[in-house]
Write a protein that binds this ligand. Structure first.
Ligand code: NAD
Length: 386
């Protein structure tokens, strides 16, 4: 789409919404059922696109990008009637003898902007909610996951009602023009820098926004942790999608009593999951593009790899890497890593872990490995995350 066509295109979708077409539950049901058909009939093509963009292992691509959305859509179909029913509430004296209810009405035309790391899931999960609520929708996938974006640009108009649901491909210039239009809600998933751009654009029309952003999600491994289980979970969570997950463990604080044991166990788990040479594993993804590959190679220099550290620019490969001897103010501790690099730190107590975590902006997720309820509560009560 040309930039000067965008305003008219969004107006067309607004006309679709204003026609009242999206309001009946029947329309919403049809759209949700069509979405499931789209995912099921094109699962192989979607997985191939995800592999082309991110080298995603097939089970990861199928489970997280395709099947999760099928399940979510089924859930919306099951609850469509219940979610949209008016809810009776008590009537204040001033409005007596009237009756009061909370009505569930569609917002209008909503914009969904998604990132590249789970490019099907993060575009379509908000779409499910938007359709179930009877909105017209503009979808904007990330230009960085271009194979997936191109495929979805063909599939969406073939399965969903083009009068009310549209997908626009493009990068910053196209999105900037899109953001000049009036929307009734903007749902953005991505980084905080662009989140500010989105919010500033929304101010113009007083449009409410939902921002799903990132952060440095810490892990704390206490001295009583079951090291076998903890190391498996840590390695799985960190290296899934090669660390390009908003909720991936970013760095790991380990109690000094189990530090050596945990490091050794994680190293063994990496070998168990991805083999002696993870570059040959079918279970390990690749970095989205050259820029991020280069960025991550620079971050590895912040410490000493106890395992991993290898990279290959041509295939955008970075080995699952655990870094020790990392200074707290080094580059790898300044920004969300968003790649297969795990800095580890030795701490003396849960209190020290809390202090470390609280010395940085509050994270998206926080993971505690301890069977002791008192330790779990102490960390939860003394930190903020989410
Ligand atoms: P990205 O670079 O693909 O950007 C996201 C979207 O913003 C894209 O559609 C892109 O076209 C658009 N965009 C980029 N620059 C823009 C600009 N100047 N103006 C308008 N739009 C612009 O993806 P990303 O931001 O690198 O995604 C990774 C980030 O997303 C990480 O920080 C990650 O933690 C976060 N994330 C959060 C969640 C969550 O649910 N909280 C989920 C996944 C990813």
């Amino acid at each position: 789409m040309q930039i000067d066509e965008i305003a008219k295109w969004v107006e067309g979708l607004r006309a679709g919404f204003n026609s009242g077409k999206t309001r009946p539950l029947q329309w919403r049901r049809q759209q949700l059922e069509a979405l499931i058909r789209m995912l099921e009939e094109n699962a192989d093509a979607l997985i191939a696109a995800l592999q082309a963009d991110l080298g995603k292992p097939r089970p990861e691509a199928w489970a997280v990008d395709v099947q999760v959305i099928v399940n979510e859509t089924r859930e919306a179909l099951r609850n469509l009637g219940k979610w949209n029913r008016p809810k009776s509430v008590s009537t204040p004296l001033m409005a007596q003898p009237g009756r009061s209810a909370i009505m569930r009405t569609p917002l209008g035309v909503v914009l969904i902007i998604a990132p590249w790391n789970y490019p099907v899931n993060l575009l379509l999960a908000p779409l499910v909610g938007a359709l179930a609520a009877g909105n017209a929708v503009v979808l904007k996938p990330s230009e960085l996951s271009a194979h997936t974006a191109g495929l979805l640009a063909r599939l969406i108009p073939a399965y969903l009602d083009p009068d009310c649901v549209g997908l626009m491909e493009g990068g910053v210039p196209e999105t900037t023009e899109l953001l000049r239009q009036r929307f009734d809600h903007i749902f953005y998933t991505g980084n905080g820098r662009v989140g500010r751009v989105i919010m500033a654009a929304a101010v113009e029309h007083l449009t409410p926004v939902t921002l799903e952003l990132g952060g440095k999600s810490p892990c704390y491994v206490h001295k009583d942790a079951d090291i076998t289980t903890s190391s498996r979970r840590m390695v799985w969570g960190k290296f899934f999608n090669a660390g390009q997950t908003c909720l991936a463990p970013d760095y790991c604080l380990i109690h000094e009593d189990v530090y050596d044991e945990m490091l050794e166990a994680m190293t063994n788990r990496i070998r168990e999951f991805y083999g002696e040479d993870p570059s040959k594993s079918h279970s390990f993804a690749r970095i989205i593009n050259e820029r991020h590959h280069h960025r991550l190679c620079e971050l590895i220099k912040s410490g000493v790899p106890v395992t991993g550290g290898e990279s290959d620019a041509e295939s955008r490969y970075i080995a699952p890497t655990i870094l020790t001897d990392v200074a707290e103010d080094s580059p790898v501790m300044q920004e969300e890593i968003f790649g297969p690099i795990l800095p580890v730190f030795r701490v003396k107590s849960v209190r020290e872990a809390a202090k470390f975590i609280n010395s940085r902006p509050h994270p998206l997720g926080l993971y505690i490995f301890s069977g002791n309820r008192g330790v779990q509560d102490e960390l939860l009560e003394n930190t903020q995350s989410g």
